[in-house]
Design a protein around this ligand. Structure first.
Ligand SMILES: [Fe+2]
Length: 176
């Protein structure tokens, strides 16, 4: 039995009608639930760094991380509702997030600012890869709407990666 199944018992009363096969609903929901758990974990990690960043670039980093936390938070609801639209079940608790998340929390008392940006960049790259896997699964079961939703969400995730990459590059005297 998977970790998710131990926490979430499936209920036929929540089985929204769909022409997607039961096997497809299960495969799509399982992969999307990992992405949702990672989004919750990344949201809190980004807010953690927004709250605890320090140093001469405080204002830039503090504001960037707040924008990014909002972007991550906005990805959650459409993905969870997508699962319900096809009759799957999604997350119910922080405990469920902890069971499913695949990115690491950071509970260090102090993290250097560049390290914060680089960790978040790697986390966003990891989540984009996980979304590409979900897109493949959606394609396999002809779930065009999930694939389309993921295409936009991947683009938002890669925008965050881009900003984190550029912001954490070492500068030189040319202004680069
Ligand atoms: Fe804030």
């Amino acid at each position: 039995m998977s970790a998710a199944a131990k926490i979430v018992s499936s209920s036929s009363t929540l089985d929204t009608p769909t022409d997607i096969s039961a096997e497809g609903v299960k495969a799509i929901s399982e992969q999307l639930n990992v992405i949702i758990a990672d989004a919750f974990a990344l949201y809190l990690k980004t807010k953690n760094f927004h709250w605890h960043v320090s140093g001469p670039h405080f204002r830039d980093y503090h504001l960037l991380l707040d924008e990014q936390a909002t972007s991550v938070e906005e990805s959650i609801d459409p993905l969870a509702e997508r699962i319900r639209k096809i009759g799957g079940e999604t997350l119910r608790s922080i405990g469920h997030v902890a069971k499913l998340q695949t990115i690491k929390d950071n509970n260090e008392a102090f993290v250097p600012p560049i390290e914060m940006l680089r960790q978040l960049m790697e986390d966003n790259k990891h989540i984009a890869a996980s979304m590409r896997k979900a897109h493949e699964i959606a394609d396999k079961y002809n779930d065009a709407a999930t694939a389309s939703l993921l295409e936009n969400t991947i683009d938002d995730t890669e925008k965050r990666t881009w900003f984190l990459f550029e912001t954490s590059r070492a500068g030189d005297n040319s202004g680069h």
